[in-house]
Design a protein around this ligand. Structure first.
Ligand code: NAP
Length: 259
């Protein structure tokens, strides 16, 4: 299936690691141009080098996305370099463990800034360019928005808002033929996941327990499986899909708990 991404320009936040890295690589393999925006310069450059070595096109910009000015710079950088934006993939996020008991009002607000504000800010600054290309937006959400997790109020609030904004933006952007969708992962082995599981008392046992409860094949979702859905949604092959929250989670969030 030709996804027709050739020479189209896609911004992937957090595109150097984990799920974002898989999205960057698949876009590049489909001949799209990737702009990676993330806070670690070396990680970003290493991913760009890997893509270019495999014959793809990519560049990167260092940005702490919790800063609105950095979000504006990401858009300006992309437009100056390539003249257009065809898609925004809002992926960067961090399950930062700001809970009711362990957090504070200041930490809660900071968590919203680092996990949520850039989804809005990038969409806001990218909008004039997305209007020109009839581009689209794919957000990466989390099952935490619908199941809760405990001790992560900032992250849960951000992911809940992302689900709501998916519907809200899909409606607002109908006049411009801009589609907005969210891919919602549950359990994906990435650097973020590894760091999170290590914070639990018995990480190995806990991991085995989680995996045993993933209905489809009792295994974790791969980053590539999240990326495949994301790239399909970006493509014209999904031309009448908008406002959807698509769970790519092996049935973890919805299927019968007694399985
Ligand atoms: P990851 O391995 O930590 O990769 C995320 C990347 O984004 C990292 O490069 C990270 O930089 C960067 N980043 C995060 N917040 C940023 C910010 N405010 N500004 C700039 N860069 C930032 O995470 P992942 O597991 O691939 O997660 C990607 C997305 O999937 C997130 O939105 C997450 O909520 C969602 N998700 C993941 C899972 C899972 O099981 N892995 C489940 C549900 C949802 P640093 O390395 O410096 O932190």
């Amino acid at each position: 299936m030709d996804l027709s991404l050739s020479n189209k320009v896609y911004i992937v936040t957090g595109g150097a690691k984990g799920i974002g890295a898989a999205i960057s690589k698949i876009i590049a393999a489909e001949k799209g141009i990737v702009v990676i925006a993330g806070r670690n310069k070396n990680d970003n450059q290493a991913m760009v080098d890997e893509i270019i070595k495999s014959g793809g096109k990519a560049s990167c910009i260092t940005a702490e996305l919790g800063d609105p000015a950095a979000c504006r710079e990401v858009i300006e950088f992309t437009v100056e370099k390539y003249g257009q934006i065809d898609g925004l993939i809002n992926n960067a996020g961090n399950n930062d463990g700001i809970g009711l008991e362990k957090g504070s009002p200041e930490k809660f607000f900071q968590s919203l800034q680092k996990n949520l504000s850039h989804y809005y800010n990038l969409a806001h600054y990218a909008l004039p360019y997305l209007k020109k290309t009839k581009g689209n937006i794919v957000n990466i959400g989390s099952k935490v928005a619908v199941t809760g997790q405990g001790n992560t109020s900032g992250y849960a609030a951000s992911k809940g808002a992302i689900n709501a904004l998916t519907r809200e933006w899909a409606v607002e952007l109908l006049p411009y033929s801009i589609r907005v969708n969210t891919v919602l992962p549950a359990e994906v082995w990435t650097p973020l996941y590894e760091n999170w599981i290590k914070t639990l008392p018995n990480p190995k046992e806990k991991l085995a327990q989680i995996v045993s409860k993933i209905p489809f094949e009792n295994r974790m979702t791969t980053s590539e499986e999240i990326a495949n859905m994301t790239v399909f949604l970006l493509s014209e092959r999904s031309s009448h899909t908008t406002g959807q929250i698509i769970f790519v989670d092996g049935g973890y969030s919805h299927l019968d708990r007694s399985l």
